[in-house]
Design a protein around this ligand. Structure first.
Ligand code: SF4
Length: 393
């Protein structure tokens, strides 16, 4: 029995990107397979993707599905290219409620593109790391800042009410309050804070930075929690951590106790695993299957996808951890290395313990939290304190 309930495909409609962010997992972290892919997806591949989605939904009695247009940079297709992709997807998935999203760096947004996205109700996520300083690693191929161009595009998308959220990779030298205030001023429904990419073989250089990840996120949380203008904005990773503490069944990519609900299709039609597994090289992501030959269910049977199912790769240290029901071992790519594959705690384990300790303590003090829940949280925090004081061999 396949454990996955898939609800979306991330469709790479353009392989290259007009930016060259220095931390980019797509282009600057060990996997260069994108170079051999078609620059733009073809109409035939888009049609096959639509067919595969229809087939999957028939098999699993689903009446709706989501497709997120991604890249590289999807707006490199231009307005006409995006219109064509969306039209083909709609034609080949007739009878389904097709929800559409797009992730963009925002720098190439034009009025014509906004018109296409608005006509098809495409919800758009924009990548922006915060204020201009925090965004300094998001540069173009000449090393120039992308900040103002992204803000211009973001404002056009906001004016058309198309923005679903802003995605920000955390810069550990940035000021968490300034980042949240800058992004919050755009009033997006969501600010998704992403961990800087790293694993045990390519560890993040946290000692070289102003903040550790745990202290950055804890300070961001304190600011979010006490700032009225941010109160209507969901802050991803922090909201996800709170949800994990409350429910003990976290469902996000950051704290993955349930299988992911998406699969990726590249411009040549090949299925791929989690995109950010590029930081472990091509072998962490390539599934050797294609929409031409294989159904979505076939691709989901691949061992890399299965390995992400329900804690299957949790190492002994995570299984014994007092907060494993909150953290779930951390973000899958950050577990890789040391010759153990993904069988490690997250490289951010200490940071996650700091964050969960901070959030758990706050949550247990809130007057609306049931006594039973507060008691459970305190018990786990106690275990965490013991764990953190024990020497690691
Ligand atoms: S805090 Fe560390 S040991 Fe505990 S579940 Fe998370 S990654 Fe594993």
């Amino acid at each position: 029995m396949n454990p996955f309930v898939l609800n979306s495909v991330i469709l790479k409609v353009a392989a290259p990107c007009n930016l060259n962010c220095t931390y980019c997992y797509e282009y600057n972290r060990g996997d260069s397979t994108w170079k051999s892919k078609p620059k733009h997806i073809s109409s035939n591949i888009v049609a096959r993707v639509g067919d595969r989605i229809s087939e999957y939904c028939r098999t699993h009695s689903r009446d709706s599905f989501q497709v997120n247009l991604h890249g590289g940079e999807p707006t490199l297709l231009g307005a006409a290219g995006l219109e064509s992709v969306i039209t083909i997807l709609k034609e080949t998935t007739q009878g389904l409620r097709l929800r559409l999203g797009m992730q963009t760096n925002g720098t190439l947004i034009t009025k014509a593109i906004v018109d296409v996205l608005a006509r098809h109700s495409v919800r758009v996520g924009v990548s922006l790391d915060g204020d201009m300083r925090a965004n300094r690693l998001r540069v173009d191929h000449s090393g120039g800042s992308s900040w103002q161009r992204t803000v211009n595009g973001l404002q056009m998308l906001l004016a058309a009410q198309l923005v679903s959220g802003i995605q920000a990779v955390i810069d550990l030298d940035s000021d968490p309050e300034t980042v949240l205030d800058t992004l919050g001023a755009f009033s997006p429904p969501l600010i998704e804070l992403s961990q800087p990419f790293g694993n045990h073989d390519n560890p993040p250089t946290s000692t070289a930075h102003r903040y550790s990840l745990g202290s950055w996120l804890s300070q961001a949380f304190d600011h979010w929690e006490r700032t009225p203008s941010l109160s209507k904005i969901r802050v991803g990773i922090l909201s996800d951590a709170l949800y994990g503490i409350m429910t003990e069944r976290p469902t996000s990519e950051w704290f993955p106790s349930v299988p992911p609900g998406f699969i990726i299709v590249a411009t040549d039609g090949s299925y791929e695993g989690l995109d950010s597994l590029k930081i472990v090289g091509a072998e962490g992501r390539v599934l050797d299957s294609n929409v031409g030959n294989d159904s979505i269910d076939d691709a989901l049977r691949h061992r890399f996808i299965q390995a992400r199912a329900d804690g299957a790769t949790l190492c002994d240290e995570c299984r014994d951890c007092g907060i494993v029901k909150w953290c779930a071992g951390g973000y899958f790519p950050t577990r890789y290395g040391l010759g153990h594959g993904f069988h490690n705690p997250s490289v951010y384990c200490a940071e996650l313990k700091e964050l969960f300790g901070h959030l758990g303590g706050w949550l247990a003090r809130q007057p609306g939290v049931e006594e039973q829940v507060a008691t459970r949280i305190h018990a786990r925090l106690q275990q965490l304190t013991v764990q953190r004081s024990e020497p690691r061999c």
